[in-house]
Design a protein around this ligand. Structure first.
Ligand code: PBG
Length: 302
């Protein structure tokens, strides 16, 4: 009934400052951060196995972070440089980039804050500028992962006004406030000393109907695809979104899921087939594409 092909896979790539760097991420064995001069290394591999889309995530140095996330609007930030480089050297591959402030804020929140409260309406104005800059660099898919309300609409309008009608929006519509993002926050250096609480904008894991409302809003505002995140603990959400809407539903198999399976295999508790089994479960639930740190390994196999 179900199967997986390379066309289903989106590969996340972490980028970092410096030169000649390929450093393994401690919390994510087998996953590396690349300095811009070294990203060809992984992009060429992805291209060779015909992965259609890569997603760029920056490990911004602390010195470039501030409470406003200003670095998000710098045309020479890590993400912008990575997009330009990939589009120049590997025009055959699609590039996706997140729209959110968390890689750039000193407090690690996805938006600007006042007394620990995220300011929704002020944040989405900044996000729409971030989206335009990324589109200008050649980004094919803009992926708002911030979970502010109304950001898809304002981003769509700004993209259209700025001659980026063809740039697509993949909205992280149902993104849960999840403990499974731990290794990722370590990878991009957004981890704080004490665990940060994103529960005023990311979803409560006790809710499923709210996911339907979130998706409905994003489609109305102009999303081309919607994403459910994390993956394995939320298969029911993928299925009900797929059943309720005629739109491609993507899923993000997040860092915590990756590290659990990877460590299971490493210690001999799981075998390799657990990877494919987890990916097929997304297809079975109705996913059209999967963002996964296993993308390269699995693409080679299949
Ligand atoms: C934040 C963002 C997160 C991930 C992708 N974009 C985490 C967060 O909300 O802190 C997580 C991905 C993963 O865990 O693999 N905008």
């Amino acid at each position: 009934e179900n199967n997986i092909s390379v066309n289903d896979l989106i590969l996340p790539i972490f980028v970092t400052e410096g030169k000649n760097k390929i450093e393994e991420i401690k919390t994510m064995p087998g996953i590396y951060r690349y300095s811009i001069d070294k990203i060809n290394n992984i992009v060429n591999k992805a291209s060779k196995v015909k992965i259609p889309l890569v997603a760029i995530f920056p490990n911004t140095p602390k010195s470039k972070k501030d409470i406003f996330g200003s670095e998000a609007l710098n045309e020479n930030n890590l993400v912008c440089r990575a997009i330009r480089k990939i589009k120049k050297n590997n025009p055959e591959i699609g590039v996706m980039a997140d729209v959110a402030l968390d890689p750039y804020t000193s407090h690690g929140h996805d938006g600007i804050i006042n007394k620990k409260q995220v300011l929704n309406d002020e944040t989405i104005k900044i996000l729409s500028k971030q989206a335009i800059i990324q589109a200008e660099m050649g980004c094919d898919v803009i992926a708002p992962s911030d979970m502010m309300d109304g950001r898809v609409g304002i981003i769509r309008k700004s993209l259209d006004k700025n001659n980026h009608k063809d740039v697509q929006i993949l909205s992280y519509s149902a993104k849960y406030a999840s403990s499974f993002y731990g290794p990722f926050r370590n990878a991009i250096g957004s981890k704080q000393k004490s665990k940060i609480n994103k529960k005023t904008y990311q979803m409560n894991y006790r809710n499923s109907e709210e996911a339907i409302r979130e998706v409905a809003l994003d489609i109305k505002e102009g999303a081309d695809f919607v994403m459910i995140k994390p993956g394995l603990p939320y298969l029911d959400i993928i299925k009900s979104v797929k059943d309720n809407f005629k739109i491609p539903v993507f899923v993000y198999q997040v860092s915590g899921e990756y590290s659990m399976i990877k460590n299971g295999i490493k210690t001999g508790i799981l075998d390799n087939e657990s990877i494919i089994e987890s990916l097929i479960s997304f297809k079975r639930s109705g996913a059209s594409a999967i963002v996964t740190y296993f993308a390269l390994d699995i693409a080679k196999k299949i």
